[in-house]
Design a protein around this ligand. Sequence first.
Ligand code: FES
Length: 354
Amino acid sequence: MLNMGGPSTVPETHDFLKNLFSDGDLIPLPFQSILAPIIARRRTPQIEKQYEDIGGGSPILKYTKIQGERMAALLDELHPATAPHKAYVAFRYARPLTDETAREMKADGVKRAVAFTQYPQYSCSTTGSSLNELYRKGKTGDFGDGVEWSVIDRWGTHSGFIEAVAQNIERALEKFPAEHRSDVVLLFSAHSLPMSVVNRGDPYILEVSASVNAVMDRLGHANPYRLVWQSQVGPSAWMGMQTGEALKGLARLGRKRVVLVPIAFTSDHIETLYELDLEYAKEAREHGVEVHRAESLNESPVFIRALADLAAAHLKNHSGGKIGPTSVQLGLRCPGCTNATCGAQKAWFARAGR
Ligand code: FES
């Protein structure tokens, strides 16, 4: 289960930020190896304070473990041919990092593995970065010899995922008086991307939009909605409109009932618990807006069932020869890609997916 991860405890914040700013797939910086430690050191006190404010760390590892354990149990029933199944977590910037997970898988003698992204929508800066890291560790034998790999690289319109998000929106809508419910604006919020990434042809913006559209179809388009973008850092241009600005704009337009919907992440993390709940929603309330946030997927049984369905279908189709080790989409690099690793990665997974 691949994801970016987050510091489980406050003292892990610095290393998390250093790993994050060192990743050129996520945030391309000039003189990255020199600048990354400086930026990480400078930002650590502020971000540590945010993790303190949300209870002393990120819950992403806790939820990913719960989701993984329950998914694996369901998978044993849904696809007994490959049982027993075991879920491992490999984070990109926080523990357990890929090399730690590789050691564990090697010690367990794993011979068949599915790299299952936990980012529903594909971006080269998120799932792509995790796959690049997996490729680097796999190539040097960290996972052991003869592991057969395949990849689930995107699933942003899977019906179970869409259903789980829609149900959480319906629960949030119920917090508004029935007579006002149809006026409530659904404000979908996803992590933004630097425009330099968007402009090289990254598919993320399209795939997040497709998720939003599928959720709105499931809800019968009963509410007005917008898709906005959060969490940009630094002075360069990022995808907008920004979530905080959108809330202020809605207040100015007199649209004072809003459900905030995290659409690109599968559990609570600092962007929901701090940024959405403690910053944006609080500020919007000061502007007279009633805001409720749709819950993150966390322990949603509908969502965990969706993960198991995705994995079962993948295993069945792969062993039946219907699909290759990676999706067709992974075969097309961004038209503006200049990263040699992206090309090598696909070839490595193909070789390791005999
Ligand atoms: Fe998208 Fe390399 S950046 S394929």
